[in-house]
Every structure is written in C-alpha cells, then in structure tokens.
Design a binder for this molecule. Structure first.
Ligand code: ADP
Ligand code: MG
Length: 695
C-alpha cells in the first residue's frame, strides 16, 4: 500500500494540486474565492475547469457531475462524460468553465415543498468552490448548491452556507468591539461522530423489513443483548477490521480525516469519528462517509445500517455533532483564554450559545426530528427530547458567581473575585463527562448529541449557526451603542445568565425527575416529530430565518412541508411492509408449524393410545390465539391506512403518531411472541441472535 501521507487527498483537487497545476494568477483568484467568497471570473473558471479535467482524466475519470444535496437528505449526481465530438468524427475530452460553474439538472423529481409550483420547474446547481472537487467511481464530483430558478434553495447546502455567512458577519462585529482588527473571517467547525451497525449481507437479504425500511419491524430479543457491556470498545473482529481498514483508505483518498474507530454499545454497532473541519466541508464529508460506508460494507459481504433504530431492545445510532467557532487567525472562540480580554470574549460567545439554545430549543429539536430518530430521543439511550445545556459544575459555578457578583471558590482553590474579564483557570478535561445531556460543553466546543445517525448534519448546523448569529447580532447592537463598553458588557453578561440559566442542567437527563423539573422550568418537551415540526413556521422562527437571510418564509414553509411529508411516507412504508410480512410470511409460517405439531400429536396418539400430547396442544393453542390477534390487528391497521388516505399531511402526521404507530406496536408484540414459540426452521426470517452476533 502506498504511504498514507501520499494516499491522503489523492482523489481531491485540493490546495496542493491547484498550486501545482494552476497558473499563479489563477491560483490566487481561486484562493480569494475560497477564502473570501469573491465571485470567480468566467475566464478564470475556464482555466480551473481545464486543469481539473486534465487532473481527473489522468486519474482515470471519464465523467463529471455536479454533486448536490437535495432535501431528500442524501446526495444526488448525474454523470456527464467529458467527451466532445470533433469535426473529424473523433472525440476530445472537454470541460468548460461554464460547465464547472453552473449545471441544470432536470430536477423536477426532487422534493421542493411546493416551491417549484410557483416558480419555474427547473433547478440549477452552482459550484461551491469552498469545498474541493474530488473523484469518486471514475467521476469528477463538483460540490454544488442546488436552487430553483427564482433562487429559492432546494437543497441542504445553500442554507448552510447562508447560515455560515450570517454567523461570520455577526461574530466579526462582536470581535471588532474587543479590538480584534486582524480577524477577517469567522467560521464554525464541526466534527461529527458517526454510529452505524454492520450485519451479514446474506441475512440482511432475508429481511424485507430491513430492505424496505432500514429497521426491523419484528424480532424477538436474542438471549443476549448489550447487558454485559462487553462490546463497547471491545476487540474489533477481523471481518469488521478488514471493512474499517478499507473504509479508512477510501475516506483518506477523498481527504476525509477519518480518525477514530471503535465498537459501540450494542452488539454489531460501531463508530467512526473524523477530525473536525469547517462546517460545510464536514457536512459534505459526512455525506460521503455514509455513502462509502455502505459501499465498502457490500464489498465485504456486509450491510451497513445507518438507521437510528435498526433493532428494538439494544441502543440505536446517533451522530454527535461537535461544534465550535474559530477565527481565520486560528482562535477557537469557545476556548477560555489566558488574558482578561480573551476571557470576556469567551464569555460573550458562551452567552450567545446559551441564549440561542434557550430561545431556539424548538428549532434545535426540529433539526433532529425524523421518524427514525423518534425511536431514540427520550428512550433511555439517547438524550431526552428536552433540549438543555450541560456546562459542568465548574463553569456553572463561575456563571453563578458572575451573576450574583459574589466571590468564586473553585474546588480546593482560593476564593477569587471574578467578573467578566477575570476567570479562574479551569481544567478543560475536568469538565465531568455527561453522556445524558443533549448539548454538552466539552472544554472548547459543544457536543450536540441529539442528531440521528441517518440524517444529514446540515439542518442541525443551519439552526445552530443562525440562532447564535441572532444572539451575536443583538449583543453587537447593544454593545456598539454603549457609552462605556465595560459596564455594558458586564450588565449584558449578567442579564443573559439570569434570563437563560433555566436551560442549563448538569444532572442526569435520563432521570424521570428531570422531565418534571424541565416542565417547572417551562422548557419544551417535544416528544415526537409531529409534536415538534409545527414550530418550524412560528412567527418567531420565520423572523429569525429572514433576518439572517437563511430562509425566506416560503423556503421555511417548504422545508416544514417536506419534513412532514417524509415522516408520513416513512410510517406508511413501514405499515405496508409490516402487513406484508405479517400476512405473507409470519401467518403462513406459524400455520405450517401448527399443522406439523397437530399431525405429530395425531400420529403419536395412533401409535400410543394414551400418549400425552400436552406440549403440542399447548403450543398449537397459543399459536391459534396469537395468530388470531395478529390477524385482527392487521385488519385494524389496514382500516387505519384506508382512513388516512384523504388526510392532509399535518393531520396525517398526528394520526400516524396516535393511531398507526400504536397499532404497529401491537402487531409487533404478537409477532415477536409467536417467534419465541415457533421452531427455528419454520420462522421465515433470520432472528435477532443471528443478525446481531454472526459477523
Ligand atoms: P470525545 O467526544 O470522544 O471525547 P474528542 O473530544 O476527541 O472525542 O472529539 C470528538 C470530536 O470533536 C472529534 O471529531 C473532534 O475532531 C471534534 N472536535 C475537536 N475540536 C473541535 C472543534 N474546535 N470544533 C469542532 N469539532 C471539534
Ligand atoms: Mg463524543
């Protein structure tokens, strides 16, 4: 194998390739575009496109694509070859600046939430030069934003870039007040930790539920689950290690900083964490990571499950979004500093996050809401559906001291008088680890832990960036007009702590008591996706989005509708799959088994007149009772699905939550009980034991 340092980024048209292959002035123009967002001249784009094409074809690429992220949450690509006919009847490889900068995919089949009904049906893709082009499967992929002709965002990248611009603008205003004149840009950074399951492909193919829905709709618990806690950080099995090794190489080639890999809590569950990057690049990379995980698994006879809850009874999968803000001069603004002004600056940014999380709890909850993630949040394995912040005792103690103007006494250390510009040194890693908090301060960044494993991290970061931008805007407005900066700063920080400390909770988020406490604090507890989504379009939130140019009211409404629609469709597919499995697989299987038991008993009686057939009778009657109930409930479910046909999505989403899902749970419970009394050779699909323990 080539040296890893040589391999790394070898499929990326990154900085070193550009430096090597572009004329000096073109390279400089590109740098300006990447760093400062300066638009690129078409003549420059032509030179870049040609260099890209030469580089890509040398590496074996034959096609190019505008790689984009529609609102389906996955990525999209339409390959075009570089070939262009010559007069002589041959072909040459061509790629123009125009083709690089803009594309027009026929986009009518992507979700638009009604945006395209009112505007032109077509959409266009526009190059995002801040995320490097790369080669995947012999195709040069150009990261692009995807918009409608009227400019409405139809994707997950455009609003993310807008939100990054919003926080950049407001953070610069605040930094200027602290005298940072050399900072020219501020960017948020993200390191997403990705959880996933690996199971045997042959077994997967025998599970319709996994194939159609990504999760098991039936499955009695195996005799062993995660109770021995022997999988977490356990030795990695050779087959899994071989998968991880190949995955790492593939990711490194794409310049993705895959760093940490380990076994997770559930059997068959694993995690991959990259080194953090700028938010839009981290988002692109996470999408690629998920795609390459799935492809690589196939090569190893495995299937990578990214669903949030593939198996009932063991932990599901999430994605920890580690988030911070940095300047182009290399300062992490969430790192408590060494000097008084750095400390005050840290506090102002900390306060912006606290206030943002408190005021936009609803949006943060929405940003992680999906049918799949509803199985995790609040289910004693993932953070609760209530949004709160963990700061650790030390930092909370400091904030309390500032608020009350009292002396601060750190554990075992001397008392000190502190104010906004004097902070005691607190040991970063001593911030106690709290695994139950949805939003935890971890020394120099926040870890947002509510994200589901399957979703794009874009939404969560759009909300985080925009909400914090709004608070920074308010702070800047207030401080810029102050006559005495120090006094204004001091009172602002005190006020924010006082008004928003209800969002801070250092205790156990899994505790029942916390739910009651959160209610007393008037915090939101939006348990399911249908509970959360309507807040998307509240007046407060529409105002936030439009103030910062992140979403117009129409764009926000479109996203709300798409999320609702997606939720309903997912539940509908699950319900139909469940009916299919119940009637075509489970009922016939238990009937056959019951028949076998009955004929065995009759044969036994013929052989031995007074034979005891208690066992056969008991199982046959249990099967009769359970399959009767199962059959009845499938009838109920069919009726519900028929009733749902004419509902609008808003009503339907609540109907799914209140009627369809509870009925599905009943059906499952009968099915799972039947599994426990049916002979293995009769059961129509692989068991949890086989799925979870066979790799
Ligand atoms: P753990 O949460 O297991 O303790 P680490 O603290 O090492 O792990 O980091 C977890 C993730 O946080 C990694 O992906 C890491 O790159 C990322 N991270 C570290 N610093 C930052 C930062 N300033 N901004 C965003 N992410 C960061
Ligand atoms: Mg973590």
């Amino acid at each position: 194998m080539a040296q890893i340092s040589e391999l790394f980024g070898s499929m990326v048209f990154g900085d070193s390739v550009m430096k090597e292959r572009l004329p000096k002035d073109t390279y400089k123009a590109m740098q300006k575009t990447i760093k400062e967002g300066k638009p690129l001249d078409i003549s420059v784009a032509n030179v870049v496109a040609n260099a890209m094409k030469d580089w890509a074809t040398e590496k074996g690429a034959t096609h190019y694509t505008h790689w984009f992220q529609p609102m389906t949450g996955i990525t999209a690509e339409k390959h075009d070859s570089f070939i262009s006919p010559t007069k002589e009847g041959g072909v040459i490889m061509e790629f123009s600046g125009k083709e690089l900068v803009k594309g027009e995919p026929d986009a009518s089949s992507f979700p638009s939430g009604g945006l395209r009904a009112t505007f032109e049906a077509r959409g266009y893709t526009a190059w995002d030069p801040t995320s490097y082009a790369f080669i995947k499967d012999k195709c040069l992929c150009i990261p692009t934003a995807f918009c409608a002709y009227g400019g409405e965002a139809l994707d997950k990248k455009t609003p993310l870039l807008r939100s990054m611009e919003a926080i950049n603008k407001q953070a610069l205003r605040v930094l200027k007040l602290f005298g940072n004149s050399n900072v020219t840009s501020v960017k948020t950074t993200v390191g997403p930790e990705q959880e996933y399951f690996l199971i045997d492909r042959a077994l997967y193919e025998k599970r319709k539920d996994l194939i159609f829905t990504g999760r098991t709709l039936f499955g009695a618990m195996a005799p062993k689950g995660q109770e021995l806690e022997d999988h977490y950080f356990g030795t990695i099995k050779p087959r899994v290690q071989a998968f991880m090794n190949e995955l790492n190489v593939e990711l490194w080639k794409l310049g993705i900083l895959a760093k940490t890999e380990h076994n997770e809590v559930s059997p068959a569950q694993h995690e991959l964490a990259p080194i953090f990057a700028t938010t839009n690049i981290a988002t692109d990379h996470n999408q690629l990571t998920m795609e390459i995980m799935q492809k690589t698994a196939k090569k190893h006879g495995l299937v990578c499950l990214l669903h949030e809850k593939p198996f009932e009874g063991v932990n599901g999968s999430g994605k920890h979004n580690n988030w911070s803000i940095s300047t182009d001069t290399g300062i992490n603004l969430l790192e408590p500093g060494d000097t008084p002004y750095e400390n005050a600056q840290f506090l102002i940014f900390l306060c912006a996050v606290i206030k943002a999380v408190d005021e936009y709890q609803d949006l943060l909850r929405i940003s992680v809401a999906s049918a799949g993630n509803d199985h995790r949040l609040g289910a004693n394995e993932a953070p609760p559906a209530i949004v709160s912040i963990f700061l650790g005792d030390e930092l909370e103690g400091i904030l309390n001291a500032i608020e009350s103007g009292k002396d601060y006494k750190s554990k075992g250390k001397v008392q000190m008088k502190i104010g906004v510009d004097v902070l005691p040194k607190f040991p970063k890693d001593a911030t106690d680890r709290n695994r139950t908090s949805p939003f935890a301060f971890t020394g120099n960044k926040f870890e947002f832990r509510m994200l589901g494993s399957a979703a794009s991290i874009s939404c969560a970061n759009i909300i985080l960036n925009t909400a914090v931008a709004e608070e920074l805007r308010q702070f800047a407005d207030e401080l810029e007009s102050a006559t005495d900066f120090r006094i204004a700063l001091d009172s602002l920080i005190k006020r924010v702590i006082k008004e928003h400390k209800r969002i801070i909770f250092n205790g156990n988020g899994y505790d029942e008591e916390w739910i009651a406490e959160a209610e007393r604090r008037d915090l939101l507890n939006l348990k399911t996706t249908p509970d959360a989504l309507p807040y998307y379009v509240s007046e407060k939130n529409l105002k936030l989005f439009s103030t910062h140019g992140v979403f117009t009211p129409n764009e926000a409404r479109a996203r709300y509708e798409i999320a609702l629609e997606n939720y309903c469709k997912v539940i509908n597919i699950e319900a139909l799959t469940m009916l299919d499995i119940a009637s075509k697989d489970i009922l016939p299987a238990v009937t056959a088994y019951s028949k076998e038991l009955s004929s065995a008993a009759i044969a036994k009686k013929q052989l031995i007149a007074d034979a005891d057939c208690g066992y056969e009778k008991s199982i046959v009657s249990k099967i009769a009772a359970l399959s009767g109930k199962l059959y009845d409930e499938t009838g109920v479910l069919k009726g519900l699905i028929a009733t749902a046909k004419d509902m609008g999505y808003e009503e339907l989403s609540r109907f799914c939550k209140d009627s369809i899902i509870p009925t599905m749970e009943k059906i499952r419970s009968y099915g799972d009980e039947l599994e426990t009394i049916t002979a293995k050779e009769y059961w129509p699909m692989p068991s949890y034991g086989e799925l979870l323990f066979s790799v």
